[in-house]
Design a protein around this ligand. Structure first.
Ligand code: ZN
Ligand code: ZN
Length: 440
């Protein structure tokens, strides 16, 4: 998909639209390309700065300070330290609905390998003294810069909308802690309660210029499960006098997969991944215990509950079959709830976005089993919608489609969004959505 043609075309169309908008502000559905281009240079310098200086989840102090300073300068009423490093920026503009727009702020423990001139070289020390490289490998720097651009356009065009804007900078999306922490710290009670909540995420599977949406469940619920399987260690040459937890663990890993293939309705998506398996020290020693670490992904709460119970049952059953000296320890940590896009709100925004971006550029996409703590807003009773903004350079996207070669994905050390047009597109998507929900 070419970016040049629609951009040129929309230039002509937007000229006509902006003339009409001057006479009737209610017709102003989106900022013009000229307006976006005019604010872009400062947005770009913020993007490059944020990309070079990423911070890990719940350590976004400098990042939050940079955003808070800019929001204050734009006239927003800014509160910092909400749910950790979270910031809440409120702009009241007369009677009307209250709409929340969220950006996430955290980066990932990944060593950047893009080779770009603005690549991150940040390395931090963990509490135990280990060096951890840090990279914005999920595009949260794209989200933050677009969010600032949107904040500016909304603040400088107050005559075009009415209501209350709540722009939040949220910590720790990657760990799923940020949104619950902000809500727990009074996000929905200390500030005007939102009627709608919006977010965007950059997409490594769509070309720039394409916006994706999923009505209903879009991202999965996630649980981490830690299993310790006990045996009785001894000499590797004398297995008859031991109970080998490695063999019990091997059987457990395979048996867990039957929960998905044999116990679950094939129309209910479930993932059980055993991500780590640790036990033993030497070839000739049978260890006392083996540890497994799993991630479990589901959509429906009832499926999640049943799958977690099955995991415990299988682990205990295999331990019993292997004559383990005691029951395995099964520890479940709930990481995130499933994210549900309010279908009515999604349809309303899709219709508006299609009117601005073109029918074929706003497409329904498939749900995935990654998680996103933006789920918390819909669960709190606020109709929510998270749209995906294509971030792959269209030429590269077309070449990959043709060759079948995989594209670098989010959370990869080589993820490099085609940032300039992606940020401009994201600003257009966000302002269009806000103007639709806050129109006169
Ligand atoms: Zn991520
Ligand atoms: Zn992300």
């Amino acid at each position: 998909m070419s970016r040049t043609t629609p951009a040129l075309l929309s230039g002509f169309l937007l000229l006509a639209v902006s003339t009409a908008a001057q006479t009737n502000p209610a017709n102003w559905k989106t900022p013009s390309a000229e307006q976006v281009n005019a604010i872009y240079p400062e947005v770009e310098s913020l993007y490059l700065d944020l990309h070079r200086t990423p911070e890990l989840a719940m350590h976004e102090q400098q990042t939050a300070a940079k955003l808070a300073e800019r929001m204050r300068a734009l006239g927003y009423e800014v509160t910092t330290g909400v749910g950790g490093t979270g910031i809440v920026a409120v702009l009241k503009n007369g009677k009307g609905p209250t709409v929340l727009l969220r950006t996430d702020m955290d980066a990932l423990p990944i060593e950047e390998a893009t080779g770009l001139p603005y690549a991150s070289h940040v390395v931090v020390k963990s509490d135990s003294g280990t060096s951890i490289p840090v990279m914005h490998a999920c595009g949260h720097d794209i989200h933050m810069s677009s969010w600032i651009g949107t904040a500016k356009l909304m603040a400088t065009n107050r005559d075009r909308w009415q209501g209350t804007l709540i722009l939040i900078g949220q910590p720790a999306e990657e760990t799923g802690e940020g949104a619950p922490a902000m809500i727990k710290d009074g996000l929905l009670t200390r500030f005007p309660k939102p009627d709608f909540a919006l977010a965007i995420h950059d997409s490594a599977n769509q070309p720039v210029g394409q916006v994706g949406f999923v009505p209903g469940y879009a991202f999965a619920a996630a649980d981490s499960v830690d299993i310790t399987i006990y045996g009785r260690g001894g000499h590797g040459g004398r297995p008859q006098s031991t109970i080998d937890p490695v063999v019990i663990a091997a059987r457990t890993v395979l048996a867990l997969q039957t929960i998905v293939s044999r116990e679950t309705n094939p129309l209910d998506p479930v993932v059980i991944t055993v991500g780590t398996i640790h036990g033993g020290t030497k070839n000739s020693i049978i260890p006392d215990e083996v540890k497994l670490q799993l991630t479990v992904r589901t959509y429906k709460p009832e499926v999640e509950k049943r799958v977690l119970a099955s995991i415990e049952r299988v682990a205990k059953g295999e331990a019993m079959a292997g004559n383990a000296p005691k029951e395995p320890l099964v520890k479940v940590t709930h990481a995130a709830n499933a994210m549900y896009n309010d279908p009515e709100l999604t349809r309303r925004l899709v219709a508006t976005l299609r009117g601005v971006l073109g029918q074929g550029n706003v497409v329904e996409i498939e749900p995935t089993m990654v998680f996103e703590d933006f789920a918390e807003f819909n669960l709190a009773g606020i109709p929510s919608a998270d749209f995906l903004v294509g971030a792959v350079e269209p030429g590269k996207f077309a070449a990959a489609q043709q060759s079948g070669a995989p594209l670098p994905q989010l959370h990869s050390s080589t993820w490099a969004p085609d940032y300039a047009p992606t940020i401009k597109e994201a600003i257009t998507v966000e302002t269009t959505e806000l103007l639709e929900l806050l129109k006169h």
